[in-house]
Design a protein around this ligand. Sequence first.
Ligand code: TYM
Length: 344
Amino acid sequence: MDVGIVGLRQLESMPKRIFSGVKPTGPLHLGNYLGALRNWVELQRQYESFFCIVNLHAITIPVDPDYLSALTLEIARLYVAAGIDPEISTIFIQSDVPEHAELAWILNCSTRMSELERMTQYKEQARKQRESIGAGLFEYPVLMAADILLYQTNLVPVGEDQKQHLELTRDLAIRFNRDYGETFQVPEPYIPKVGARIMSLSDPLKKMSKSDDDPNGCVMLLDDADTVRRKFKRAVTDSGTQIKFDDSRPAITNLLTIYQLLTGKAPADVEAHFTGKGYTQLKQDLAEVTIEFLRPLQERVRGISADDLRGILEHGRNKAQGIARATLAQVMTRRGVVGASGSN
Ligand code: TYM
């Protein structure tokens, strides 16, 4: 029996799947929420959903082990506090499912060096690290492809910066299917029209990032009210006085975009709200809206006990591993990688 084809056929009549993840290299920020998590929360009721904390990706750059292990759990808590419902979505830690690393190896063997050399995120990181670039950083996008392909994922909700990695994932899936028979669902990216690239508050030409050198550029989901006020107060603005969405004025447009997404208002209503007001008012209003948004989220974080979290992550691991094992077994068979028993 051709297990792979049956697997794919069965999938056609099943609810479609989404997979996404966050790399625990720094505390979650508004960009992560507005570009990714917000959409996960919305999509989880229409799709069978898998949300991962991708800790194996985090070690591709230098990171303190104690910090990494604590942050991994903090991010899992934030998933739940942000509205991922563990009753309907699967939340798990990447290293709990070793099939991710195993599939990454197999995919590595059909990935071209030139494909990885083209990755802009690799090139940016490599520039920062110069001579100490690890091979793991180079192969990062292959592990990401493995994350996605293991779950026969249909849709991957991410911010704009992950688009190139998604294209590689699709290429690897298509190539494997062509060379070894239909095995993988070819995933589509889901990149929101608004919020896919939230910019740094201190440099509106750079994306808001966990690794921003200037801590004022990035509002963390766990920042307290005073810190949020201080960061918005220092936010860079454009010259002029108009408060309107305008691509030629990236700082104000970024602040308005954050305001729009956190209030759920239409762009015209956002502009109307700020008519006749100045930049100081914009920053103050935005700080208060952000604080009001973060308050309940932070309360929920504090309400999740260590036991509850462990239960959610163990349940998630079991659910994820069942699917990951089935895909990996098909992949190994297709490649003729069999053990002593003649099968895997
Ligand atoms: P990471 O951890 O950098 O970011 C997590 C998610 O947040 C989005 N994001 C942003 N969106 C809008 N504006 C911003 N300034 C901003 N900064 C980050 C990212 O696009 C992402 O969706 N390689 C991935 C992690 C990963 C993954 C995966 C994602 C590993 N395997 C499989 C999806 C599927 C990353 O580093 O994301």
